[in-house]
Design a protein around this ligand. Sequence first.
Ligand code: NDP
Length: 279
Amino acid sequence: MAQLIDGKKISAQIKEELKEQTAQLKEAGIEGTLAVIQVGDDAASSVYVRNKKKACEYIGIHSKSYELPSETTQKELLKLIEDLNADDSVNGILVQLPVPAHIDEKTIINAISPDKDVDGFHPESVGSLTIGQPGFVSCTPAGIIELLKRSNVEMDGKNCVIVGRSNIVGKPMALLMLRENATVTVTHSHTKHLKEICRNADILIVAIGKKEFITGEYIKPGAVVIDVGIHRDENNKLSGDVKYEEAEPIASMITPVPGGVGPMTIAMLMHNCVEAMTR
Ligand code: NDP
């Protein structure tokens, strides 16, 4: 039976630590503000935005909310970002993705000052990560590293297979695992012999976006399995990219869905906000 990697508990610990840090910063006269911009009223985005604002309140930083109508033009959004970039009272800027189709996501990401890029999506942040310089790191992969470290999973010299190569999960995850001295294989939809490759993984990280795609056959006995996927069925039940009932008896450690990687993403966003305050 695999040991559970408890993202709920670990994210709560991180938020407690950040709360203490913000209290100390406040004593030194440093306050933090995160600007959260949402364009349109996508229901899932509204939930994410609400949770991010709640987390800010919990750890003791201000949040400024910009709920813009879906007809907002790209020019108007860029103007708001420009104003927030210039506003010294704002440390972090977050544009909730996806944005409506008439707005170009890349242009928006590129407009956010790298100094306030708490999502870690700006090309400068990604470039810094690539060459090992300080910068904001994408929250979900950074959260996975925290999960592994705080669960005492040795990464140095281990075979790590990442399923998925998205800009927000797979690619930064590979760079972070390299930084931890793992031997990294990144797989994607053109990969041949995926099952065999996965079965070679000491640490298997799955971010594929396909419900329960990774079955027991993909898992080496004793592997550590990290499931990034989130899928909600018609009864609101959540599941991941890994078939949990099959993986759990084979793995040595595993993240559940919900309660694994999910809670870490917001905790690491808060971590980035506190980092922005201390810069
Ligand atoms: P994307 O859809 O952007 O990327 C999916 C990746 O999986 C792509 O690189 C794709 O390959 C690869 N892929 C698709 N099919 C296969 C296949 N048959 N074999 C091998 N690789 C395949 O997804 P994201 O990275 O954004 O998200 C992945 C999952 O994680 C989703 O379920 C998402 O909801 C969840 N998620 C959860 C977060 C959290 O906080 N827990 C945060 C972010 C995402 P190719 O590049 O060739 O198309």
